[in-house]
Design a protein around this ligand. Sequence first.
Ligand code: GTP
Ligand code: MG
Length: 355
Amino acid sequence: MRATLVVCEDNLPDAERKRDELESLCQTAGIKTVGWSHFKIRAVNPATYIGKGQLMRLLYQAQETESDLIVFNNSLSPRVQRNLEAETNLCVIDRQEVILQIFSQRAQTREAVLQVQLARLQYSLPRLTRRWANLSQQRGGVRGSKGSGEKQLELDRRAAQNRINILKKRIAEISVQRNVQRHGRSVNSIPTFAIAGYTNSGKSTLLNRLSGADVLAKDMLFATLDTTTRRIELKDGTPVLVTDTVGFVSDLPHELVDAFKSTLEEASLADALIIVLDASSPDLLLHWETTKEVLTSLNAFDKPKLVVLNKADLLTEENMFAIQAFMAKGEHTLCMSVLKDDLNNLYEEMRQIVE
Ligand SMILES: Nc1nc2c(ncn2[C@@H]2O[C@H](COP(=O)(O)OP(=O)(O)OP(=O)(O)O)[C@@H](O)[C@H]2O)c(=O)[nH]1
Ligand SMILES: [Mg+2]
């Protein structure tokens, strides 16, 4: 798939950073970026989001680069998406759909697969008309009468709704099993740390280093979609549990947050948090804000926490401004490389937290 990306943003450096992240997301989803457009929007056009002239320019560029896909960084309503597809004759999706696509490709355990299916169905339910509207036009359906396309649409919606209900039930059953396991752990009253943070920050690398686990740690977005818990011992022999969790991304589709609730909840049930941030990213502060937002929405933010500013081995002058701005927030912070440094300081901080 060849895609032209669209970022609607007032200032160019912000737009470029958003483009970079969208491009990585696309790449993870198997979509090749062949061009991008940056638009300033004074007022959102209710029909097509961008203005008429902008749409013409976009279409021209998409044709020049032989794109078969246009990816908007901004979320599109089902109606706008439909209109844009009709105007361009190309497939038009938004960032949220790219994220859903990545999650579908990466889901491995039964629970993750069910959760992704649920999120996708909930996302596509209001968009089902797209396909059938086209189909009924092709069949020459008469306006106002209930064409076969429309009947089919109703059947389709009902089928999707039934499937959503079944998936919710299955996910709830798995979540009960999970609670039984958690209960087992809490009876043993071993303190639990959840490792949370933006995607690709180094959470799984940290769990692997702490516990010798072999969770996939890879330079890609959303390598981890399932939680893994390991028991480790701190230097003084105190046993603790450490859980690796799903990474966050800004504007995580709410369908995914809903569907992954039981997985994400792992962080809210932990006694303490280790928040891992990639300090070498130009978006460090944005990553922090997103992480804080998601954790707050899960009621998981207010607990003892340690922030690891990770990838200290990659820092340049350019990172210093953001790092200083972060330090000024007064969070309990350790700046290190979880890949390369020894973990003694980290163990010590963890010991103080459980003390
Ligand atoms: N240079 C450097 N790379 C690191 C460091 N820590 C992790 N990485 C790399 O960063 C990439 C992402 O690491 P992961 O541990 O998979 O990150 P994650 O937070 O689990 O990511 P998701 O599961 O995708 O949300 C991998 O290629 C790691 O090798 C570090 O301290 N320094
Ligand atoms: Mg991971």
